[in-house]
Design a protein around this ligand. Structure first.
Ligand code: TRH
Length: 386
């Protein structure tokens, strides 16, 4: 492999903008920090545009932040071996177009083929990370690459300058103030306890709102428009659109616009507590070094509850209040949650939870970052293919 390899990522946007958040972050980092010529194939450019407004949703081919972005229209396109990248990544076992795979087999040298998997804290991941899988027909081997929370996994996505940027932002509180003002917040909302809210529609948001409303502390809840739409509309008394705000009791709820990815980090850094979901916002909340509550993407047969527990065992074995809160937030605990009590318990452990957020961030940093770990592995595989 040459010193600056080419790399293709195939990303199918399963649901909303989900997986594109991760693929776009990886693509930008591989190009910006490692000089890799990246082509990102995406099936849904409109969803991509929500997290990256520079994207033209109608363009078959475009370059965004140095990354070649191609609209992945279907499985029928033909490809020549010369069009195949040195490293080919399929995200989350998506099916690469069959004729691209055939072109991979016909290419000399053959490319490195990786399946980048989803993030889970379960132990089996260590045994499957980097395992090979031979193509049943073609002379090609794909390797599994798992992100994760231990040194025996691929680690987490983290840009080289992220922590420096975060610390600089936090060192000047006026920057957070100006950022929040820019999102429309009044001073009283900024002075309150601030929570960002990003979750799937089935989260018990109305119940939590009621607890906050009747609680002892002023809470400002910032929620991107379209998220928890029913509970937010019921609280606001109208459909949420960016800028809509209402206060009842101790709670103010404000609908925000869906901000570009770098601003989403600033939002997480500016809040006291972040309610996040899925994979990418969950990881960003971990790098934010602030207390967070995770809403996991639901899976059949409650497989996600197992994944949630696996994470809690690693993250917070000694923080009962956080465990309880997250289990109830995900419907993974006995019904009839007492939300005012869950909220009070979480508040009482605030200091210990904040300390854990910091130690966890340092532990995760020690595992390296996913983009660098992935490139190092790809270089090793490429040498064996020569
Ligand atoms: O969109 P998600 O629900 O993604 C999920 C997961 O990837 C999950 O594994 C997958 O199976 C499922 O989709 C289908 O949540 P996630 O992963 O947090 O991605 C959201 C992205 O949106 C993330 O990159 C952060 C970004 N974002 C912004 O850029 N601006 C915003 O205002 C908000 C709220 C999010």
């Amino acid at each position: 492999m040459s010193t600056s390899p080419s790399l293709a990522i195939f990303c199918k946007v399963v649901d909303n903008y989900g997986d594109i958040g991760i693929c776009w972050r990886l693509a930008r980092q591989l190009h910006g920090e490692h000089g890799v010529a990246v082509t990102l194939w995406v099936d849904d450019l409109a969803s991509f545009r929500r997290i990256c407004p520079e994207v033209d949703a109608a363009a078959a081919a475009q370059t965004v932040a140095g990354v070649a972005v191609r609209h992945w229209r279907g499985q029928d396109d033909a490809f020549a071996p010369a069009e195949v990248a040195d490293i080919v990544i399929e995200f989350f076992a998506c099916d690469i177009p069959p004729r691209y795979v055939e072109a991979m087999a016909a290419r000399t040298p053959r490319p490195v083929w990786l399946n980048l998997e989803g993030l889970t804290a379960e132990e089996w991941v260590e045994g499957c990370h980097k395992l090979p899988s031979m193509h049943p027909r073609l002379k090609l081997t794909k390797h599994f690459f798992f992100p994760g929370f231990t040194a025996r996994t691929g680690g987490l996505l983290r840009e080289a300058g992220l922590e420096r940027e975060r610390l600089a932002f936090l060192a000047q509180p006026e920057r957070a103030h100006a950022f929040l003002q820019g999102l429309g917040l009044a001073d009283a909302e900024i002075d309150a306890y601030k929570v960002s809210l990003f979750c799937y529609p089935h989260a018990p948001v109305a119940e939590l709102f009621a607890a906050w409303q009747g609680g002892a502390r002023k809470v400002t809840c910032l929620v991107p428009e379209g998220v928890a739409a029913d509970a937010v509309a019921a609280f606001l008394g109208t459909e949420a659109s960016a800028g809509t705000v209402a206060t009842r009791g101790m709670l103010t709820v404000r609908a925000l616009p869906f901000v570009p990815q770098p601003d989403y980090d600033r939002l997480l850094w500016s809040c006291d507590l972040n309610l996040v979901r899925g994979e990418d916002s969950w990881v960003r909340a971990q790098w934010a070094g602030k207390p967070f509550v995770w809403h996991i993407y639901p899976q059949d047969e409650n497989l996600h509850h197992k994944k949630l527990r696996a994470f809690l065992e690693r993250y917070a074995p000694d923080l009962a209040s956080l465990n309880e809160f997250m289990l109830h937030w995900n419907g993974a605990a006995a019904a009839n949650a007492d939300w005012p009590a869950l909220w009070s318990a979480l508040q009482a452990d605030e200091a210990a939870i904040a300390v854990r957020a910091g130690t966890w961030q340092r532990e995760m940093t020690a595992n390296g970052d996913l983009a660098s770990n992935l490139l190092a592995f790809a270089t090793q595989i490429a040498a064996s293919l020569r």
